[in-house]
Write a protein that binds this ligand. Structure first.
Ligand code: SF4
Length: 199
């Protein structure tokens, strides 16, 4: 398995759940993310194996397209080092699970954190599903219905199944049926399950 670093992290986009794809899009479009988004994405990236040094490179590369290196060092570097327990109380923060993400304040219009199945308007959600190749797929109706009913993790699990359907079928045949099909409760679980299916 190739190691995740600041250069190749974008190649893992298809393994990420929608919340993280949205944050990755947010940072690559704006070259900035507000606090809630920075925390949610940074802990996730830490969980998929991005080291402290590589994380700093990733965020610096992005942010210095919209600000000077001095400003990045002054206003943001501490935050990203802190996430890895390298500053302040030196706490080894864990990636957030869905419940933690959903217990945070909801995102405002210019923010990208949270859970898209809960926070996005139906039309925006449809656009995101389209980018996953699910547009026009009858099953997207199921995803929208689940989202409407407040069953966000079920919607996320459904999307995982749709996106990975071929890999799941193949794994069921070749991995002695050893495929976890439980509900998604954690973004890193989504990622790990996706990587497992590709092995
Ligand atoms: Fe992310 Fe969890 Fe929402 Fe899926 S259900 S998009 S993993 S917060």
């Amino acid at each position: 398995d190739s190691e995740v670093n600041s250069e190749n992290v974008n190649t893992f986009l298809s393994d990420m759940p929608l919340c993280m794809q949205r944050l990755m899009e947010g940072v690559s479009v704006n070259h900035h993310l507000k606090y809630g988004g920075r925390q949610q994405l940074a802990f996730f990236l830490k969980g998929i194996g991005l080291s402290a040094d590589e994380a700093l490179k990733f965020w610096r590369n992005q942010f210095t397209k919209s600000m000077s290196a001095e400003r990045f060092n002054k206003d943001y570097k501490y935050n990203f080092r802190h996430n890895y327990g390298l500053e302040g109380g030196r706490i080894n923060y864990k990636p957030w699970d869905c419940k933690t993400i959903m217990n945070k304040p909801n995102p405002t219009k210019s923010e990208y954190h949270g859970c898209p199945y809960r926070d996005l308007h139906r039309d925006e959600l449809l656009v995101m599903l389209g980018k996953l190749g699910l547009e026009g797929n009858r099953s997207t109706d199921d995803v929208l219905d689940l989202s409407n009913r407040g069953e966000y993790q079920a919607a996320c699990t459904k999307v995982f199944e749709l996106v990975n359907r071929d890999n799941i079928d193949y794994a069921l045949k070749t991995k002695s049926g050893n495929v976890d099909q439980s509900s998604i409760v954690h973004p890193n679980q989504y990622f790990d399950r996706s990587r497992y299916l590709k092995k």
